[in-house]
Design a protein around this ligand. Structure first.
Ligand SMILES: COc1cccc([C@H]2O[C@H](CC(=O)N[C@@H](CC(=O)O)C(=O)O)C(=O)N(CC(C)(C)C)c3ccc(Cl)cc32)c1OC
Length: 348
């Protein structure tokens, strides 16, 4: 039913939020109204940027200025974009983007400054990697530094932006906004887990985010991991899981500093989904065939229990022990995985 008390643009923004990510939208709705609206607009601005970056029907010479100038477009009342490809999941968001911009202008200056500065930095990073990908036939993540830099642009910056939004809302200390490395790690933990989970989907889309510095130690053809029974693929998976798992202690450290219950839930739930996903993909050949998803019951348990740092530590310890139990000495990454699990235990 249409809620007439909410202004038209805001109502449409809530509809887009639910359209773009049903489960995460429910978590955003838990936040107190002022912060909820700021986070929702931030989320929709990021989705708009991501929809342009993801759209392979837009040529690079057209995509680059769109990404670089996106932070300027959100300052233009009435701006929208009607040239997304027909398959772009969130193309309608860009077609009606003027409603996001209208609500963006209703935000406090402090919130607008955060959203604008993150959109500017992210657009510039995305433009850089879109150019690299075009020049290297989709292969833009070479070294481990490239891997962390790419994930910083698309996810680390989101963590940094949210820490600054939390600080602006006065619901959280200003200290978190002064620890960009910690906020960055929260984003890298989620993004690296998504990149691992999405191996097959991205491969089919001719996109490759696993760093060459890792996979080239196990094969000279990135696509060979799709072959069933490929043991080297599982060892490569162990190494990239170790790389992601090494951000988990920072995620715990970040969560320890949160004071507000709704903010805690908003941050903790995706982090717990990520550690559960890492445990599900680790040593799992299915990872190279399809998107491995955690079971519905696990997701429900996380949503119900990830309410305080003790419960979150119990969840992290449960899944870290699951990973440790599947770790075997024949794996060249055996020690690295074991140490990473130990560091999660120490952080808890
Ligand atoms: C302090 O930092 C955070 C605290 C809480 C949540 C997130 C993070 O969580 C969702 C959670 C989410 O969107 N989950 C999806 C499931 C999925 O994508 O697999 C969902 O539940 O639909 C997520 O994945 N991303 C996307 C990036 C990782 C690229 C940032 C994301 C995009 C925009 C915003 Cl405002 C926030 C987030 C944080 O961002 C780091």
């Amino acid at each position: 039913e249409k809620d007439e008390t909410i202004p038209g643009d805001l109502r449409r923004c809530y509809e887009f939020l639910k359209l773009t990510s049903r489960s995460f939208a429910a978590v955003i709705m838990e936040l107190t109204p002022e912060l909820r609206i700021a986070v929702m607009i931030f989320y929709l601005v990021l989705r708009g940027l991501d929809t342009i970056e993801d759209d392979m029907t837009i040529s690079l010479e057209k995509k680059k200025p769109l990404l670089l100038d996106f932070y300027k477009f959100i300052e233009q009342p009435g701006w929208n974009f009607k040239e997304s490809g027909p398959n772009e999941k969130d193309r309608q968001l860009l077609v009606e983007f003027e409603v996001v911009i209208a609500e963006y202008h209703n935000l406090k200056q402090g919130y607008r400054d955060v959203i604008s500065s993150i959109a500017k930095e992210m657009g510039s990073g995305m433009a850089k990697y879109a150019t690299l990908a075009e020049e290297h036939d989709g292969y833009s993540v070479e070294s481990l530094e490239d891997f962390d830099m790419y994930c910083h642009y698309v996810a680390g910056l989101v963590g940094e932006g949210l820490s600054r939004l939390f600080a602006n809302s006065d619901l959280e200390t200003k200290d978190l906004a002064k620890q960009p490395a910690l906020s960055n790690s929260v984003g890298l933990f989620l993004q690296k887990t998504n990149i691992i989970r999405d191996y097959r989907e991205d491969f089919e889309d001719k996109r490759q985010f696993w760093p060459r510095a890792i996979w080239s130690k196990y094969t000279d053809d990135f696509g060979s991991f799709c072959e069933p029974g490929n043991v080297k693929a599982l060892y490569c998976l162990s190494e990239i899981v170790a790389n992601a798992l090494e951000h988990a202690p920072s995620a715990i450290e970040y969560l320890c500093q949160l004071q507000n219950q709704q903010v805690f839930n908003f941050v903790a739930i995706p982090q717990c989904m990520a550690i559960a996903t890492l445990a599900a993909v680790f040593k799992n050949p299915e990872t190279f065939q399809t998107n491995v998803k955690i079971r519905k019951g696990q997701a429900v348990t996380i949503i119900m229990y990830a309410m305080n740092i003790k419960a979150v530590c119990d969840i992290f310890l449960r899944y870290t022990r699951e990973i440790h139990a599947k770790n075997t000495p024949d794996d060249p990454n055996f020690l690295r995985i074991s140490i990473a699990c130990g560091k999660v235990e120490q952080a808890c």
